[in-house]
Design a protein around this ligand. Structure first.
Ligand code: UDP
Ligand code: UDP
Length: 465
């Protein structure tokens, strides 16, 4: 597909980071832009191109492939997505490899007629250099909530992680005195205490590139976290524009290749026909679970007696012998890529046991499904606090040592699963998630807050030309 250089409207380049959780929201964003008659070009790599092109096959978006650097610093050949890394310890070399794409990126950029702006992932900070070289504004796509972004920035600039003696000792977040966190809430790149780690160097590099960029595109809506959006825009730069949830972008795509409904969809239809409610269980594309932990999950689900659809990346042999047979009537384990939005939108699905990736939270809110929060890594622990303590659309699993990496025992899991699906607390959060689900739809509809903000942004960008 070729770009259309003669179009006089805005022309926007999207460049997602190579991981499903980063690509998917930008594909939704592409649709939001296309609906405004914007010409959209997406940059990706050969192994990710089929997914990108297929997801947008009903649109006239242009997809440009850039070769992905091979065999760099232990990243196995052919791996062009951080989801496919054999271990997350290779994340930094993987992210660093993307920098080698700069010459190809710039060459491709030059070949486009006139680019109004580049929207690139927060992990692709190097694209800011290209943008400034070409005099094109860069907007940074931030796959985070304004809550997590504001809270973590406040913790970082005030050095709050060096205060407590113990990892589980609560401290108050200066600018949000009602929020008490512990060092355990901060994982990996968010552990700002380790100021000299290679991870922190990477984070700093991205933060600097972000601060030089034109703006932040937040996949969120103002009504969900107004305080945190305002906080950011009063204290920090660049300006954050709340234009989501992207997952509500309308699609006309029908899967013409699939003649039959996938097994999991047939199974959900069957549950709906029986008027049985289902808990959806999924931990995103990156989480790594031990076999011991998997066993606790299977016994917890088995004992809870609720219906469940569990999507796991693990192979059959890693689950307890006979588990699937024993729960056959009310539980389905799926090991393939599923359409999560369709699952959450299915009428039978009434609860989501989730790792609290930001996309999953937004998708759950938009589908009005309450969450049982089980954060695992990155900023998920902060997201989980937001879900449970701030916007109150979910409950939390109990971990044995309150750490982000805490082990969850089957008994505790069973109890919370039942509470979410059948209990009084479950009722409360179900009510709340419905309210926010309605607000989300209003925000992206004509005249809504996200709709207006996107219009303002497009007008502003047009004015720069
Ligand atoms: N693929 C690959 N390297 C990557 C990403 C994808 O070799 O970094 C291959 C992958 O093995 C599969 C195909 O491209 O055969 C489609 O991969 P995708 O991630 O889109 O879908 P999935 O593997 O989840 O079905
Ligand atoms: N997803 C999906 N099918 C799967 C697994 C994941 O559609 O089998 C989608 C999910 O709907 C979400 C994204 O992949 O849009 C995962 O993003 P999230 O932020 O929730 O978690 P991450 O995978 O980045 O940890």
């Amino acid at each position: 597909m070729a770009a259309s250089p003669c179009s006089s409207g805005p022309q926007i380049v999207l460049f997602p980071f190579m991981a499903k959780g980063h690509i998917i929201p930008l594909l939704h964003l592409a649709r939001l832009l296309l609906h405004r008659n914007i010409t959209v070009t997406i940059f990706t790599t050969p192994a990710n191109q089929p997914f990108v092109s297929d997801s947008l096959s009903d649109t006239d978006v242009s997809v440009v492939e850039l070769p992905f650097p091979q065999n760099i610093d232990g990243v196995p050949a052919g791996v062009e997505s951080s989801d496919k890394l054999p271990s997350m310890s290779l994340f930094l070399p993987f992210a660093a490899s993307t920098k080698l794409m700069q010459p190809d990126f710039e060459q491709a950029l030059e070949a486009l007629a006139s680019t109004t702006c580049i929207i690139s992932d927060g992990f692709l900070g190097w694209t800011q250099h290209s943008a400034s070289k070409f005099g094109i504004p860069r907007l940074v796509y931030y796959g985070m909530s304004s809550y997590s972004q504001g809270v973590s920035r406040c913790v970082m600039v005030n050095g709050l992680l060096s205060g407590p003696e113990l990892d589980n000792e609560p401290f108050v977040v200066t600018d949000f005195p009602w929020i008490k966190l512990t060092r355990n809430d901060f994982d990996g790149p968010f552990n700002f205490r380790e100021t000299n780690s290679p991870f922190m160097d990477f984070v700093r590099e991205q933060v600097i590139a972000t601060s030089k960029s034109y703006g932040l595109l937040m996949n969120s809506f103002y009504e969900l976290e107004a305080l945190y959006v305002d906080y950011w825009n009063q204290a920090f730069k660049p300006k954050a524009w709340c234009i989501g949830p992207f997952c509500l972008a309308e699609s006309t795509k029908t899967d013409s290749k699939v003649s039959q409904k996938p097994t999991w969809l047939q199974w959900l239809d069957q549950k709906l026909a029986q008027r049985s409610f289902v808990l959806y269980v999924a931990f995103g594309s990156q989480a790594e679970l031990s076999s011991q932990q998997l066993n606790e999950i299977s016994s917890g689900l088995e004992e809870s007696k609720v219906n469940f659809l569990w999507v796991t990346r693990k192979s059959e042999s890693e689950l307890d012998d006979g588990f699937e047979e024993r729960v056959r009537e009310r539980g389905l384990v799926v090991r393939e890529w599923v359409d999560q939005k369709t699952i959450l939108g299915h009428e039978s699905v009434q609860g989501f046991l989730s790792h609290c990736g930001w996309n999953s939270i937004l998708e759950s809110i938009c589908a009005k499904v309450p969450i049982l929060a089980w954060p695992m890594m990155a900023e998920q622990r902060l997201n989980a606090r937001m879900v449970v303590e701030e916007i109150k659309v979910g409950l939390s699993v109990e971990t044995n040592n309150e750490s982000a990496k805490g082990f969850v025992k089957s008994k505790g899991l069973e109890k919370m699963v039942r509470e979410l699906m059948e209990g009084e607390e479950g009722k409360e959060v179900r009510k709340k998630v419905k309210e926010f689900g309605d607000e989300a739809k209003k925000a992206v509809a004509e005249g809504g807050s996200s709709w207006r903000t996107l219009n303002q942004l497009i007008d502003e960008l047009q004015g720069l030309r």
